[in-house]
Design a protein around this ligand. Structure first.
Ligand code: ZN
Length: 309
């Protein structure tokens, strides 16, 4: 293990190779640090010297990775452990929603996060794995092996800068297994963790149950409501159609993709409203802030169940 400058390595067994803000040279610990922190753990030390994220405080109006320079990157990056990687898709979403819906929604959440925390938010990756929809005009689907390598490269590059946590804020179901695969590869070494947030099903569950009249699906009531809240100018409810093709088994067929997902809709978007979308998005934002705050404290978002003996 390579210790941060001025620090004693932890005693005990062999440790995995470590890349963090110190070993990458991104952040420099003050020279007197060893006097106070001989027994300390790296992260606690870093928290002491570089003020951590407080939900009530942030240093930049919007810490978007793409808006920093290589000159001020260090100063901003040393204040956080968390990078938000937004992944979306460019695919058909009925006649009433834009092709970029799966990118626009998580990107909007990411922008809110950037305003309220020190977590660094990356530009959204606009393409995803959209095989099921690529018979529809305007869809661009990336091959899963290409996308796995792409996600892994982005994750590895983030970790090389010394961050410990990536929140993969995902807006598209087809990306989920690919993100998992990429994350497994990118977190093999060191203290690296990827938390995949499939936001439409992991966040704001209680509010969804409260406001939705019809179950969610694709380009359905929930997604349409969210789009009406975030980009009402891009939603045309006059052409919204409801479809729901049910199958007992999982049918995979290149030839019948459009028949299985008519107009790329699964559900009833006609019940959507901007108010419902607002309620869902605001709760989702709140839960995301909680997650990022937890990660900044070095805690994984796990719930332990204690079984009775
Ligand atoms: Zn979608």
């Amino acid at each position: 293990m390579v210790a941060p400058p001025g620090f004693e390595p932890r005693s005990g067994g062999p440790e995995p190779p470590m890349l963090d803000h110190y070993t990458t040279g991104l952040c420099v610990a003050p020279k007197s640090a060893s006097v106070f922190f001989i027994f300390s753990v790296r992260r606690q030390t870093r928290r002491f010297f570089y003020k951590k994220t407080q939900l009530s405080h942030h240093d930049l109006e919007m810490p978007l990775w793409s808006e920093l320079t290589h000159g001020n990157f260090k100063e901003i990056a040393c204040k956080t452990e968390v990078v938000v990687m937004v992944t979306g898709a460019l695919e058909a979403h009925g006649k009433h929603l834009p092709l970029g819906t799966d990118t626009i929604l998580p990107e909007s959440l990411g922008t809110q996060i950037a305003k309220r925390t020190n977590a660094l938010v990356l530009p959204a990756i606009p393409f995803g794995e959209s095989w099921s929809f690529d018979q529809y005009d305007g869809t661009i689907s990336i091959q899963s092996d290409v996308l796995t390598g792409y996600y892994e490269s982005v994750m590895t590059a983030i970790f090389k800068h010394g961050f410990h946590y990536i929140v993969a804020l995902n807006g598209h179901g087809g990306n989920d297994p690919i993100l998992r695969q990429a994350a497994r590869k990118a977190t093999q070494e060191g203290e690296r963790t990827v938390v995949i947030v499939n936001w439409w099903r992991d966040l704001a569950k209680s509010v969804r149950e409260l406001v939705e009249e019809t179950p969610g699906g694709h380009a359905a009531e929930d997604e349409t409501s969210e789009a009406m809240h975030v980009r009402p100018d891009l939603v045309d409810m006059t052409v919204a159609e409801a479809h729901r093709i049910e199958t007992k088994f999982t049918i995979v067929s290149g030839a019948y993709r459009k028949d299985l997902l008519p107009s790329a809709v699964y559900g009833d978007p006609r019940k959507a409203s901007g108010e419902k979308g607002k309620a869902i998005m605001e709760q989702a934002e709140k839960e995301l802030l909680e997650l990022i705050n937890q990660l900044e404290q070095g805690q994984l978002p796990v719930e332990k169940t204690r079984f009775q003996p």
